[in-house]
Design a protein around this ligand. Structure first.
Ligand code: PGA
Length: 253
């Protein structure tokens, strides 16, 4: 089954508002108005609103890098789904390994964020992935299964149409060491079979599973040939319109 490719640029804690505006404008030039694939950029919160204005009318979507589950209230340091929507965001990354590892977010918290996003109509992008130690000790599938099951706990089948998954092996993020296309495909196929088991095959066939971890212009083509890889979640290479553009315009569709 052919799924519509999706490319997400995760800008992490980079860019001033001005840098973000320039980057968004450059990306809009090369990647706006594409009919056969989706493009989403996730700037820091501080630049989200301005970036949303810049890419409005180009078909490029804007997302946040995290979100709270409450609409408003005493949650110092958090941003609500309504605020993301209000600023022009349509999606949110949840469970990024940097949130898990550096800020101790666990599956229960990530699941709350994901369900909060869905409750307010934001598209959640749930990131999962094993560390190097987990891979080397043969735990990749166990860890990924737990992250998928617990991350999606309580999510209705109907909401899966709006939910995106991203497999990001922690050892591949920002290291220049991409998973091989076979390693990535194996885990993607596993995640898809898990979704079929939790929900049903039809849902699993439709859900988009992105690969993330040192995606670059020179490895995207091979990754995109894989049957269960539906796009990419890009960090470093998304901070440059030319390299992000090349990734989006991968060869071989
Ligand atoms: P990277 O980051 O492309 O710089 O490895 C990916 C991510 O963290 O989403």
């Amino acid at each position: 089954m052919k799924r519509r490719p999706l490319f997400v640029g995760n800008w992490k804690m980079h860019t001033t508002v001005l840098d973000a505006c320039h980057l968004a404008a450059d990306i809009a030039k090369t990647c706006g108005g594409l009919q056969d694939r989706d493009v989403l950029v996730a700037p820091p919160f501080t630049a989200l609103n301005q970036v949303a204005h810049i890419v409005a009318e180009t078909g490029i979507l804007v997302g946040a890098q995290n979100v709270c589950w409450e609409a408003q209230g005493a949650f110092t340091g958090e941003i609500s789904p309504l605020m993301v929507l209000d600023a022009g965001g349509a999606a949110v990354i949840v469970g990024h390994s940097e949130r898990r590892r550096i800020f101790y977010e666990d599956n229960v918290l990530i699941n709350k964020r994901l369900r909060g996003a869905l409750a307010f109509g934001l598209i959640p992008i749930l990131c999962v992935g094993e560390t190097l130690a987990e891979r080397e000790s043969g735990q990749t599938f166990t860890v990924v299964e737990e992250q998928v099951r617990e991350g999606l706990a309580g999510v209705e089948a109907a909401d899966m149409a709006d939910t995106i998954l991203a497999y990001e092996p922690v050892w591949a993020i920002g290291t220049g060491q991409t998973a091989t296309k076979e390693q990535a495909q194996d885990v993607h196929a596993f995640i898809r079979s898990l979704i079929a088991e939790i929900y049903e095959k039809d849902i699993a066939d439709k859900v988009r599973i992105l690969y993330g971890g040192s995606v670059k212009p020179d490895n995207i083509d091979a990754l995109m040939v894989q049957k269960d890889i539906d796009g990419a979640l890009v960090g470093g290479a998304a901070l440059n319109a030319e390299s992000f553009g090349r990734i989006i315009h991968f060869q071989g569709i």
